[in-house]
Design a protein around this ligand. Structure first.
Ligand code: SF4
Length: 331
């Protein structure tokens, strides 16, 4: 069967703007999008540029947008794409500048990984490590099984390897779309992984403080796109939620994001309702509310004023019971 591949093309050395070019090629049983791109490159147009390496969904190099959805080209069969869309449309990943054709500049993404210090920090005393003091030089310190269990399915599990740094989640992340400085899902999932490793001496405070900085964990918008588009079955958003919980449990609550969550919980605990006025005050403080007054006034003039006093709902006993069951009645 002959089918068409329509590729995004842009060479900054000669093109003033991007364009699309179509190629007609013959398929073969089991042909992947990466097979099709390699056929184009070797037989039709050697100038088409894209990244690839392992061809086995292990290296993550060939991530790109295929018919509008971020996927690995080596893991995506041509036939279902043709049956659904009638064409294979390929474009570079989003949220990163294009270097050429389907190749993006990965520096910003890898800066986010570097920012969370993706290695064990073992300076100082550590009970977990003291048992290993007799190890010979070069011997590995194994991670305890119980700690591994805490983040399986969130950064990879026994059936699927760990994060391959393919950037699919980063490309689809709505938080990154709105703020290019946001750490993003892959980096925050890694931060959670190290925050749960008992061999790491910075796991409880320093790492959580690092992740709580502006553009960090509290900028997640919980859209869950990272989980939906990860080709390795990882759920960065669940790791981020665990980071939030752990941060609040460790009383790191001075950031606007943490204050927002604590204010919402307190509002529901007192009234069973979301008291937007109090939540705004609890999150931003009086100075923040004064700063945002023009927005508040503009919303009020359009009839969007939250009630200034909320009466508790009738079945507050159920709410209290829920807080008790969750072990939150003292907070
Ligand atoms: Fe890719 Fe998944 Fe890792 Fe994100 S979390 S970089 S989508 S493997």
């Amino acid at each position: 069967m002959e089918f068409k591949v329509r590729s995004y093309r842009f060479n900054p050395e000669v093109d003033t703007q991007a364009y699309y070019k179509e190629y007609a090629i013959q398929d073969f049983p089991g042909m992947t999008v990466l097979n099709a791109l390699m056929k184009i490159k070797y037989e039709l147009d050697g100038t088409l540029s894209f990244r690839r390496s392992c061809r086995s969904a292990i290296c993550g190099s060939c991530a790109m947008k295929i018919n509008g959805i971020t996927k690995l080209a080596c893991k995506t069969q041509v036939k279902p794409e043709i049956m659904k869309f009638g064409i294979v449309n390929v474009e570079p990943l989003a949220n990163m500048p294009v270097v050429r054709d389907l190749i993006v500049d990965q520096e910003g993404f890898f800066d986010t990984i570097k920012a969370i210090k993706p290695y064990l920090l073992t300076e100082g005393e550590n009970e977990e490590l003291s048992g290993f003091k007799t190890l010979k030089e070069g011997e590995k310190i194994k991670q305890p099984v119980y700690s591994r269990e805490q983040f399986k399915n969130l950064t990879g599990n026994n059936d699927t390897p760990n994060c391959i740094l393919c950037e699919c989640c980063y490309s689809e992340c709505n938080g990154v779309s709105g703020n290019k400085k946001y750490l993003g899902p892959a980096a925050l999932a890694k931060l959670y992984r190290y925050s749960e490793d008992p061999r790491d001496n910075d796991r409880d405070v320093s790492r959580l403080l690092n992740g709580s900085k502006p553009d960090g964990m509290w900028d997640c918008v919980h859209c869950q796109a990272c989980e939906e588009f990860c080709p390795k079955g990882i759920s960065p958003v669940k790791a981020i939620v665990r980071l939030h919980e752990k941060t609040i449990k460790n009383s790191i609550t001075s950031t606007p994001g943490a204050k927002h969550v604590v204010s919402i919980a307190q509002s529901i605990k007192k009234t069973g309702k979301l008291d937007e006025a109090k939540v705004a005050l609890g999150t931003a403080g009086i100075a923040g509310v004064i700063r945002d007054l023009p927005v508040v006034i503009s919303a009020a003039l359009k009839g969007k004023m939250p009630p200034l006093k909320l009466e508790p709902i009738k079945n507050m006993d159920d709410v209290k019971l829920a807080y008790k069951e969750l072990g939150l009645e003292e907070k």
